[in-house]
Ligand binder design. Sequence first.
Ligand SMILES: C[S@@+](CC[C@H](N)C(=O)[O-])C[C@H]1O[C@@H](n2cnc3c(N)ncnc32)[C@H](O)[C@@H]1O
Length: 222
Amino acid sequence: MPPSFVWLNKIGKICTSAHEVLSELEINFNEDMVEEYKRVRVDLQRRYEISRLDYHIDYGLGLRSSELLYLIVRATRPKTVFETGVGNGQSSFVILSAIERNGVGQLHSTDISKKVGVLVDEPRAQNWHLHIMNTLTWKRELSMLLDSVGTVDFFVHDSDHKYSSQIFEYKLAYPKVAKNGLFASDDINDSYAYGDFATRMEARPLILIDEHKLFGILRKPM
Ligand SMILES: C[S@@+](CC[C@H](N)C(=O)[O-])C[C@H]1O[C@@H](n2cnc3c(N)ncnc32)[C@H](O)[C@@H]1O
């Protein structure tokens, strides 16, 4: 059963724009970055038009969550971003666009399908490490990969949204997130996992309402 708004309101703070989330997180961004993002959206739209998509367009992040990812990466200049779930590659495209602009940083992305990331073009892919895992052994592989990557500045879950898979990833990834780093998940309305996990961590996440889903984010304490 998907979580109700009443429950989400209890476990976190609901926000209605990327800018509101950034201000709550005390992340300073500027108008130039907002303008850049508009151009990235145009490029992304073009990629959508010319690419043969393997996933429905709704699999991609919502518009507000995409803007949030771009502005976070531009404003915080993370060394290591780690995401699970690539699909067509919208989130990867947005994160890599920001990394390219920063001139610093790497994105590690995991998936269990080989047919992913069609939206990501060169030279955006230069800072991309795409890890395709086996459907039967992905848990072990993810654990080993996170160990080898080391500290993660920004983690984003967008893979399998079953409670058991979400909570498994959260438990595995959270300890790898740097102090003061960011820990996010798309589709937190698909199960109670993000809310349960945040409560267990005594954290109060920000919950961004997007077109047809909710995106959660919290800052790991110092
Ligand atoms: C919602 S899509 C990702 C959308 C993407 N983040 C975007 O913005 O375009 C979900 C993806 O998760 C992948 N997936 C499913 N289970 C997974 C797992 N255990 N680990 C990694 N990826 C998984 C699917 O193959 C699919 O590509």
